[in-house]
Design a protein around this ligand. Structure first.
Ligand SMILES: *[C@@H]1O[C@H](CO)[C@@H](O)[C@H](O)[C@H]1NC(C)=O
Length: 383
């Protein structure tokens, strides 16, 4: 019933928009200089925009939908927008440097949103970041529920400890990217074997991994490396995010619509290496595939014939290509090993990540990535 009612509201909104956009905008507060004082007791999700910016105009109908949905589900998060050119000193105090900038402001903390600018992604971010940084898992049922919902999540197991404090610090920093929970030992599934307590675990790829302070170093850095599934469908956003990990990213560049066995075979090879050689490579490598070569061509300023494998080094902006097809899993493992021991020559190095950033945030070619849900008018997409 609730679903039907909100659909009706959306339809009404979409009808109204033809006559007057004011109705939809009513869920987003227009902020001015009083915001700095008035925001203190609330959590705010704010779009800092410039009136002349094209991406800001594209975001506006989506933002109105975000405001409407947050209101209709009774979220404590308030949704606002601020013309950062009119209130530039406040905007710069919040660290706004480009437009649009989406931030969740919670007390002294300001969290930047860097994901795709779609309603669902933005709302998911607001829920995650506005709630408790570390959520307790009181029962096995809750644990199962969380495991089904999230592809990757981190769990602290144990009582008060210095490790728990580090976990809390890491959560405050990395809640924009992933999920943090705490649980007692009897809540974790039986297949989990803990040698030591307290412990921090990541659950992903249908298994779990335990943080080892001695081997893995700083907890935040480990979480930052482990917050991705082992095998990913890579797009521009993800590649940009992977830049923070300093890892090498091995990507099968394929055409998913091409039914020729070459394409599917290459994808399977990479998947197999990701799964079967995790212990050997996961500290240094991230694996995945990318559909189509447009994006990677723009990035590398090259014309890659697909299917092919490219390995990007996110720490020094270099990349590796083979001038022949990868034959099988063994061949791929060989290629990776030769990259690790430095016997294969790298290319690039000319600020690929600058280009990546530019492509993600500015260029027309990635508008599909940024705006992967075409929005005709306010509230129109779900009809
Ligand atoms: C599919 O990929 C193969 C290369 O593996 C290529 O020769 C062929 O032209 C592609 N087909 C289409 C329809 O693009």
């Amino acid at each position: 019933m609730a679903g039907r009612r909100s659909r009706a509201a959306l339809r009404l909104c979409a009808t109204v928009v033809l006559l007057d956009v004011a109705f939809c905008k009513g869920f987003v507060e227009d902020l001015d200089e009083s915001f700095k004082e008035n925001r203190k007791d609330d959590i705010w999700l704010v779009d800092f925009y410039a009136p002349w910016c094209g991406h800001c105009k594209k975001l506006e109908p989506i933002w109105n939908e975000v405001g409407q949905e947050m209101r209709s589900i009774g979220s404590p998060v308030k949704v606002g927008k601020m013309d950062a050119t009119s209130y530039s000193s406040i905007a710069s105090e919040f660290g706004v440097r480009g437009y649009p900038t989406i931030k969740l402001l919670k007390g002294d903390l300001a969290y930047n949103y860097r994901g795709p600018r779609t309603k669902d992604d933005i709302i998911e971010f607001a829920h995650r970041v506005s709630g408790a940084l570390i959520r307790p898992l009181p029962s096995q049922q809750m644990f199962e529920h969380v495991r089904k919902r999230h592809r990757v999540f981190f769990v602290y197991i144990g009582g008060e400890s210095p490790l728990k404090e580090k976990f809390a610090d890491a959560a405050a920093e990395l809640i924009v990217y992933t999920y943090f929970f705490s649980a007692a030992e009897d809540v974790v599934p039986e297949y989990v074997t803990l040698k030591e307590m307290p412990a921090v675990l990541v659950f992903k790829d249908e298994t779990y991994f335990i943080y080892d302070e001695y081997e893995d170093g700083d907890l935040s850095a480990w979480i930052n490396r482990e917050r991705f599934q082992n095998y990913l469908t890579v797009d521009g956003f993800l590649l940009y995010e992977l830049g923070d990990t300093g890892k090498l990213v091995a990507i099968a560049v394929i055409d998913e619509k091409n039914t020729s066995v070459e394409h599917t075979r290459l994808k399977s090879i990479i998947q197999e290496v990701a799964r079967d050689y995790r212990d050997r490579f996961h500290r240094d490598f991230q694996f995945g595939h990318m559909d189509g070569n447009d994006y990677i061509n723009t990035l590398l300023m090259d014309e890659l014939a697909i299917p092919t494998v490219v390995v990007l080094n996110t720490s020094n902006q270099q990349y590796f290509l083979l001038d022949r097809q990868i034959k099988d899993t063994e061949d791929m493992v060989q290629f990776i090993s030769s990259i690790l021991d430095g016997t294969v020559e790298a290319q690039g190095g000319d600020s690929i990540w600058q280009r990546l950033k530019r492509i993600v945030f500015d260029a027309k070619s990635t508008i599909v990535l940024l705006w992967n849900q075409p929005v005709a008018s306010c509230c129109g997409t779900s009809l």
